[in-house]
Write a protein that binds this ligand. Structure first.
Ligand code: PLP
Length: 378
């Protein structure tokens, strides 16, 4: 366990991360991809809740080319954990952040002329020549220079003495759905910019556009680098994208039965009185709530006890939820419960939890509570 995740009381609610499966997933992806394609491993937001440093070390060891995060603090945390690979930081930077990028040799994006001037001046002052990437906005309308204006900005950046234009990239708005028409339009816009750059004789080492959805379903957009966060974790971005045999989720979220009670006819369960027993029931209280990242539900969702699905009853609280164990008579106090993941033959997937929250797997993973200790299986 890393320092920030040290738990002084062994709380009966925790996250298990199987680093052996993570390595296996990465190896499977390595075998699936074309040999000359490199993988940048996206470990922002604690590697989607799995623990950035541990995930980063495992994937680098398994062949990742480098790492990407979203904030300077995330990058610094990786360095403080002894990681020395290249770190690319997504998004835009303030002047203070640019200075920190220089200090730590982080690679950042330069998407317009004013930040190019600023960063170049700061780099000159620090006596450094720095790698930069340019993001082309091909239709997401988030960060980056609009594709129609990209060439002049890239030319100016390529002309700066303090920069090495290491990468040019773009990001899909929708790569993991069946309808790829907009993704293909974005790809065409990106390819046009790349052709223009090439015509001007501007050298760029990395061209990258794909996240996991693109990697799986749009091989024509691979170029020489893909940025992947979710796939090595064994989580597909959607139901419809291509499957690779053998990938398995590396995270299991667990808790324990903290109390067992008998309900009499007419008893209510939970805040808001959303459940009332119409027959005598046996329930288990689990010390795991929406404060830990379980969606805020009322009589929805399930947990696994003794390898069986058991329904959540009533409205769940910040720190606890109740499940009906009437049909699982063998349940005992402090039995292990799986909130997300596999127990025997049953599995609750991250997508099942996302469905309860009318959201996506990324949202569930990144909202798992900071107060859940992580246990790494190695
Ligand atoms: C710019 C960028 N590239 C790549 C990724 C990785 O996406 P995925 O986890 O779907 O592979 C993200 C994640 O949100 C991203 O913001």
């Amino acid at each position: 366990m890393s320092e920030s995740q040290k738990s002084y009381a062994a709380r009966p609610a925790w996250i298990e991360v199987d680093l052996v499966q993570l390595r296996r997933n990465f190896q499977i992806i390595n075998q699936d991809k074309p040999p000359n394609l490199q993988i940048l491993s996206v470990v922002k937001d604690q590697a989607y809740g799995h623990g950035a440093a541990e995930v980063a070390k495992t994937v680098l060891d398994a062949g990742a080319k480098g790492l990407a995060v979203a904030t300077i603090d995330e990058a610094v945390e990786l360095v403080e954990n002894g990681i020395s690979s290249s770190i690319l930081i997504f998004g835009e930077r303030t002047e203070e952040e640019f200075k920190l990028c220089l200090e730590h040799n982080f690679t950042c994006f330069i998407n317009d002329l004013s930040s190019a001037k600023l960063y170049s001046r700061l780099a000159a002052k620090a006596g450094k020549k720095v790698n930069v990437h340019v993001e082309i906005d091909t239709g997401l309308s988030r960060y980056g220079v609009r594709w129609t204006e990209a060439l002049s900005v890239i030319e100016a950046i390529a002309d700066e003495n303090n920069f090495v234009l290491e990468g040019v990239m773009s990001h899909f708005a929708m790569s993991d759905e069946l309808d790829k028409s907009f993704a293909l339009q974005q790809l065409e816009r990106f390819q046009q910019v790349l052709q223009d750059i090439e015509k001007r004789g501007i050298q760029v080492e990395y061209r990258h556009m794909c996240n996991t959805g693109g990697f799986l379903d749009l091989p024509q957009a691979h170029f020489n680098l893909v940025r992947m966060g979710t796939l090595p974790l064994g989580v597909y971005p959607s139901k419809v994208c291509r499957r690779i045999n053998g990938l398995q989720p590396v995270m299991t979220v667990k808790t324990k039965v903290a109390a067992i009670k008998d309900l009499q006819v007419g008893d209510f369960v939970g805040y808001g009185m959303h459940y009332q027993a119409s027959s005598p029931r046996k329930i288990a209280v689990l010390p795991f709530g929406y404060g830990d990242g379980f969606p805020r539900v009322r009589n929805q969702g399930e947990a696994l006890i003794q390898g069986k699905r058991t329904p959540v009853i009533g409205g769940n609280a910040m720190d606890a939820m109740m499940v009906d164990i009437t049909d699982i008579a063998e349940t005992k106090l402090w039995d292990e419960v799986v909130i997300m993941g596999r127990q025997d033959q049953e599995e609750i997937s991250v997508h099942e939890l996302a469905h309860l929250k009318t959201s996506v797997s990324y949202d569930i993973l990144t909202c798992l509570g900071w107060r859940l200790p992580k246990v790494y299986l190695t």
